[in-house]
Design a protein around this ligand. Sequence first.
Ligand SMILES: Nc1ncnc2c1ncn2[C@@H]1O[C@H](COP(=O)(O)OP(=O)(O)O)[C@@H](O)[C@H]1O
Ligand SMILES: [Mg+2]
Length: 330
Amino acid sequence: MTTPGNALDIAGLRITLPGTARPVVDGVDLAVARGETVALVGESGSGKSLTSRTALGLLPPGAGTAGEVRVDGRDVLAMTPAELRTVRAGTAAMVFQDPRAAVNPLRRIGDFLTEGAVLTGALTRADAAARAGRLLRAVGLDESVMRRYPAQVSGGMLQRIVIAAALMGDPVLLLADEPTTALDVTSQAEVIALLAGLRRDFGTGLLFVTHDLDLAAAISDRVYVMYAGRIVETGPAQALFAAPRHPYTAALLASTPRMDGPRGRLAAIDGQPPDLRKPLPGCGFAARCPLATEVCDRQAPAPAAAPGGPDHTAACHHSDRLEGSPADAR
Ligand SMILES: Nc1ncnc2c1ncn2[C@@H]1O[C@H](COP(=O)(O)OP(=O)(O)O)[C@@H](O)[C@H]1O
Ligand SMILES: [Mg+2]
């Protein structure tokens, strides 16, 4: 089920790719309200990028899809290429890991910022330049950077410019896929602060994709934890980090370096994610899970509400056996 008025509403999304025995994204439900900041976290390869890119209709060649992916109420999976272009030109925008890959090195930053709005006829050249100037100031830059070329600014500045460009069309939804991974620590902090302020300043819904739990905790209202193509746990950031109800989330938290330690890595959990070339009838985490029993290999657990509230759900047969979970305290 989807909710009208949400910036993003994904229901029962399945993505299949050639040569795999099971969907790489397998029954994902995920919503971002207008003005809400939501984090999608999980190890590399869990399906975060595929899920977020689907919101812009960006799928790998040969991909098959099922389910609904609504952006501002409209199902992008049912759109024509022309309709998808209008979504990408305004309704939703994406900020990727590497800002240098998002810009043309031979074009001035001012042209990069304004050309989309001018080409689609959304704004006149003068109005586009004025809006670009305002947005550059909003991301903490001087509008004089419009005369420069990408090679003449730092990676952190360029990512802020890419974010300003994403805001040119006044999107209801911004997708940020590991947007700080390629930046130095100082620039990372600046870009995070900037993204965190977008809700306040622009009312933009933000889906923040990261493998870094600390970043997710710092920026988001709600969190989805993804593992092997499935959402294993979701909830308000505070509740989920204080009392995880899925052993995978608990393992991630136990292995995450603290805020004051080295950043940007997820310490290893023993074992490997399940092979995409094999079917997965049970829980994807069973082979690595300290709590797993025979039922976990046989039957995929359905999401169930945590004791703390209906917003917090986990898909685990043994949630109540998690140490430190609220169930233990009763
Ligand atoms: N273009 C593609 N072609 C084939 N397989 C892909 C493609 N993109 C992603 N995959 C596979 O889908 C799975 C999920 O990938 P992805 O969404 O990029 O994960 P994440 O962003 O969480 O690291 C991975 O196993 C990856 O190898
Ligand atoms: Mg990714």
